[in-house]
Design a protein around this ligand. Sequence first.
Ligand code: NAD
Ligand code: UDP
Ligand code: UDP
Length: 316
Amino acid sequence: MSELQQRVLVTGGAGFLGSHLCDRLVEAGHDVLCVDNFYTGSKANVDGLLKHPRFELMRHDVTFPLYVEVDRIFNLACPASPVHYQHDPVQTTKTSVHGAINMLGLAKRVGARILQASTSEVYGDPEIHPQVEGYWGRVNPIGIRSCYDEGKRCAETLFFDYWRQHNLEVKVMRIFNTYGPRMHPNDGRVVSNFIVQALKGEPITIYGDGTQTRSFCYVDDLIEGMLRLMDSPADFTGPVNIGNPGEFTMLELAETVVRLVGGTSTIVYRPLPSDDPKQRQPDISLAKATFGWEPKVNLEDGLKETIAYFRHRLQG
Ligand code: NAD
Ligand code: UDP
Ligand code: UDP
């Protein structure tokens, strides 16, 4: 962030990524308003900030209007794990679409710069590999993942229309699979599932045959990319990919987690959910060229940090 103190709104600020972002913003000297409906996030994630004079936590659902005075908005509110976003799919689309409209309306009224946490899911099950920002994607509009994928795609559309129509300063960030401390043990995404299973000595659940790939970014790298994007020149809108290009099959991930935990977990195979993308890897040339960002933490080092976090949490 720039040297000047800003009033910053973080929606979804009590979630996994949002809470790390709030930490960094408060550390940098900003005034942070964290807005969350606690659907998948929790007060515990921002426990360390609650007493800080420059931090405020507000329970609010972004599908309803919000009238506050801020300089910058990070719009992260939306459940990110398939298990949670599919639990109430109508609310998921409402959160992405109505949430974006409300936050863009707010940004327009107060003249705030606004960043959207979009996703690699806008590429769907991609035929282009690795994925570049110019690729339009292959998304099923009526499947079980569509509430999330299409909601996020529509939010991107809204960001670009507010930019064209109302000259808003917008930043669209396409986040690829990110992991790290503060993921919920029941989050349901693959990294937390495998680590929790390995720590408990339970079988590791692989969906499908485990040959599908993902590219995993450690949370600290991701947040650094998000802050740099927000601070990028006013005429840079993105969309821009932020993720770690290191690509692994789910079988490789399972083996690595079991080895690092030092457990004895076996592998069990479960049905592959429908529309599960077969491969995913970010092309990050645009982020590198525009604001000099690239990830620094490799998968093993990031997993060690995350395992240590879950070990502590499961004991406590
Ligand atoms: P998360 O589920 O931990 O955080 C989402 C937060 O949003 C939670 O605190 C939740 O309570 C809150 N929320 C949900 N609906 C809301 C609503 N209607 N009003 C107010 N708050 C609401 O997930 P995360 O991993 O921290 O993801 C944060 C953002 O980043 C999401 O928008 C997600 O789509 C995006 N993203 C994350 C990843 C990833 O790998 N972590 C990848 C791509 C995109
Ligand atoms: N909005 C908000 N906070 C504000 C300003 C607007 O939540 O400070 C919401 C409001 O509910 C509105 C939406 O943002 O419906 C879109 O605002 P915009 O000004 O673009 O459109 P309009 O008010 O004409 O619907
Ligand atoms: N997955 C798995 N076992 C699990 C959870 C997920 O094999 O316990 C698979 C899932 O089918 C997908 C990949 O891991 O192919 C990543 O899933 P996640 O839900 O973490 O993220 P997304 O599919 O949204 O990228």
